[in-house]
Ligand binder design. Structure first.
Ligand code: CA
Length: 255
């Protein structure tokens, strides 16, 4: 019997790893509007490797549709688009009252583009060619700023997490979260006090329609509760029947 024990342990680990791989996604959705297919693909690949769910478009019309249809956290828009220009796309997005953070891509030497883009309502710009590290850093800043944070730490006392190191604490106790659990918690904490529907949470997690099984979210919410609040005295995640979840601990500005 002794020889059986390691075998069982291995099976459990593999099952868990499969779950983590399949669901380990940052609950962030990005929209990329870029007509240069090579550049578009590189950006999409990089964002996906960082765990983003990504939708991409090659024209302004298509991109505008994506922005209207999907609740994304950031849009990366090339200004030099055929037909409807990037500027027009930004104009229309802002005209609709949509405050999605927008990062524009401009061609080298076209400094006027930056000014016009920022005037039209873009939040930041990158001049081509750019390093993907810089793109990711700017995207993280935009998303944090949009959520009211300028620091990499999100604190909903006694829970705190550091988006740069992806470590989570309850007071001084560090939690051992799977990547997916971390991402769900990060999203809930960024929107502390708000009701987050399972649909919204699911849409932020998956870019593949076939993958979006909202029952899985229930499983991970349950695990998060156990890890955050083993004694059930904190009750940090509230379930609102038929409406979704709410992170109940109040968000505080980091020191
Ligand atoms: Ca272009």
């Amino acid at each position: 019997m002794k020889a059986m024990t390691p075998t069982i342990a291995v099976v459990v680990l593999i099952q868990d790893a499969t779950l983590v791989n399949r669901y380990a996604r940052i609950p962030m959705r990005a929209i990329v509007i870029e007509d240069d297919i090579d550049i578009q693909q590189q950006i999409v690949e990089r964002l996906k490797s960082e765990g983003f769910a990504v939708d991409s478009a090659s024209t302004g019309d298509e991109g505008l549709y994506l922005v209207q249809e999907y609740p994304a956290d950031v849009a990366i828009i090339d200004l030099g688009l055929p037909e409807m220009s990037g500027l027009e796309v930004i104009d229309k997005i802002r005209d609709q009252g949509n405050n999605i953070p927008i990062l524009i891509l401009t061609a080298r030497g076209r400094w006027q583009d930056k000014v016009e883009g920022l005037d039209a309502g873009a939040d930041d710009y990158l001049v081509k060619p750019f390093h993907h590290e810089e793109m990711m850093a700017r995207i993280r800043v935009l998303i944090r700023r949009a959520s009211g944070w300028s620091d990499s730490r999100i604190v909903c006392s006694p829970v705190s997490l550091d988006t740069a190191t992806q470590r989570t604490y309850v007071d001084e106790r560090e939690l051992d979260l799977t990547a997916y659990e971390y991402k769900v918690l990060e999203y809930l904490m960024l929107h502390a006090g708000e009701v987050i529907s399972k649909t919204v949470l699911t849409e932020h997690l998956y870019d593949d329609e076939s993958d979006n099984d909202s029952n899985v979210i229930e499983v991970f919410i349950r695990r998060l509760r156990q890890k955050l609040d083993p004694e059930e005295c904190l009750k940090p995640i509230e379930t609102l029947r038929g409406r979704g979840y709410r992170f109940t601990l109040q968000r505080a500005e980091p020191i």
